[in-house]
Ligand binder design. Structure first.
Ligand code: GLU
Length: 490
């Protein structure tokens, strides 16, 4: 027997950016598809016109591509079951909704928003579950016909059976059941003619032959409605897996207020896609042992839905930083160069020219001191511009009244060097210290402050080597002047 081909989908609504939770859903679907030689579909669920955002689809596709999660069927790729954008499938949903109306499993509802709102308020005041009172279920066929003829706005509602228990099995949540009394007669077609998520989702999962629905837990409450729809249509229900919520470190639902939630933000900071994907993979899934560092290929081998937990997964930025650093370790400077260049092109240094060789040296000096590549600009802006101020604490400790005299001597020594590299700066500094009869540590600290403005960073001679003789001399001379002024002000 040939077993059925596994088909999964990532079905985002294009609301502006890809949320990290969305990336996890996409990733788990992708991993599951790849390890089963299945098909990974991208379907755009854009039936909520009020939430439509220009450019969101392109942005989403671009972000998935960046993350390396290529889909097999979807917008721009095609496939046998397209179109893969729901707003291009309206006729299909209307046809199925009509079918349900004819079979008396759905009905027209002409209630005005005002009436519905009043009804909702009354029920809420009574402390009752706010669901539609089925006023329109009792309309006669001639009343319905007349309203349709006179173009009265309407929606189509699903008729939910009374007093039934709806049961289903979720691969992660296991057996779930809910009373139909808690389910509203869900709108299937809205008054603008667009389907709701529920109808479009079920119809598409069926028509696109989706075998496994893997998505966030927030969709679990929708499942009973979907189960009813599948049974009304007489369709097979795909396997379901609802992924645990993502939480802030204080265990509240992951929110923008406590940090970045858009994948683009992490990309813009220069997190490696390998690091972000690795971290995201562990939000809900674990390999069952101590391992924490995985490549995408390894994740394809190792991932299993059985090892996805039920409880919320904490989005811990420190962990992301640590994992990302492990992936930085695996990269060459050359591989990281385009990322740094991209970051520079969006920074205030965008109009300055830095050679690839220069930037590679900067990456080399900083790679162990950062967690993401924008950290280079944050922690060592002095590789891109001379310091505009000098750390006052370090200054008061390491800048003495004699310092300018020592540094003048050092500048003299540096000026004589021809195309100096790291060691040349070092021996010139040693010789100057000796000639002056001062400990070289004193000069080292002062030079560091003069060229970088701060007291920490890579080895001083690495910094000098990267900046080059001319820049180093300029900065030392500038510091002598500036610090006099800064001191005078203090
Ligand atoms: N369109 C839904 C979303 O925005 C998809 C839910 C599902 O996968 O069924 O996340």
């Amino acid at each position: 027997m040939i077993s059925e081909q596994i088909r999964v989908r990532f079905a985002p609504s294009p609301t502006g950016y890809l949320h990290v939770g969305g990336l996890r859903t996409a990733l788990y679907n992708y991993l599951f598809a790849r390890q089963n030689n299945g098909v990974f579909i991208l379907r755009i669920e854009d039936t909520d016109r009020s939430r439509y955002v220009e450019g969101a689809v392109e942005n989403l596709i671009e972000t998935l591509k960046w993350a390396g999660l290529d889909y097999d069927e979807g917008p721009g790729k095609g496939g046998e079951y397209g179109p893969y954008v729901q707003s291009q499938r309206l006729d299909i949903y209307r046809k199925y909704a009509k079918q349900l109306v004819e079979e008396k499993k759905a009905y027209y509802c002409f209630c005005t928003p005002e009436r519905l709102e009043q009804m909702r308020q009354e029920l809420e005041q009574k402390g009752e579950f706010a669901k539609y009172d089925r006023f329109c279920l009792n309309l006669s066929s001639s009343e319905i016909e007349q309203k349709l003829k006179s173009n009265t706005p309407y929606v189509i509602r699903m008729k939910v059976p009374d007093n039934t228990t709806i049961k289903f099995y979720d691969l992660i949540r296991k057996d779930v059941e809910i009373s139909s009394q808690l389910i509203d007669d869900q709108v299937l077609i809205k008054s603008d003619g667009y389907p709701t998520y529920h109808l479009a989702n079920v119809v598409d999962d069926h028509l696109m032959k989706v075998t496994h629905v893997i998505r966030g837990e927030e969709w679990l409450p929708s499942v009973p409605k979907h189960i009813l729809l599948y049974s009304y249509f007489g369709w097979e229900i795909p396997a379901l897996a609802h992924l645990p919520l993502l939480l802030n470190t204080d265990k509240t639902k992951l929110s923008k207020r406590q940090g970045d939630v858009a994948v683009e933000d992490y990309r813009a900071k220069g997190y490696l896609k390998e690091g972000l994907i690795n971290f995201i993979a562990l939000l809900g899934w674990n390999p069952g042992d101590e391992r924490e560092i995985f490549t995408l290929e390894e994740l394809i081998q190792e991932f299993s839905i059985e090892r996805v937990g039920k409880s919320g997964a904490v989005f811990n930025i420190d962990k992301l930083n640590w994992i990302n650093l492990q992936h930085i370790h695996k990269k060459t400077e050359k591989e990281m160069l385009p990322i740094l260049k991209e970051i520079i092109s969006r920074s205030k240094y965008k109009d300055q020219l830095f050679s690839d060789k220069y930037l590679e040296k900067v990456i080399h000096a900083m790679r162990e001191r950062i967690n993401y590549l924008a950290g280079i600009l944050e922690k060592s802006p002095y590789f891109f511009e001379p310091p505009s101020s000098y750390d006052p604490n370090y200054l008061s400790k390491h800048w003495k009244s004699e310092t300018p005299i020592w540094l003048d001597k050092l500048v003299e020594a540096f000026s004589k060097l021809e195309n100096p590299v790291k060691n040349d700066f070092e021996s010139a500094l040693n010789q100057t210290a000796e000639a002056l009869g001062v400990g070289r540590g004193k000069i080292i600290h002062a030079v560091r402050l003069a060229v970088s403005g701060v007291g920490e960073g890579p080895g001083l001679y690495d910094i000098l080597d990267i900046l080059g003789k001319e820049e180093v001399i300029n900065r030392i001379q500038q510091a002598i002047k500036n610090i006099k002024i800064q001191y005078a002000r203090e």
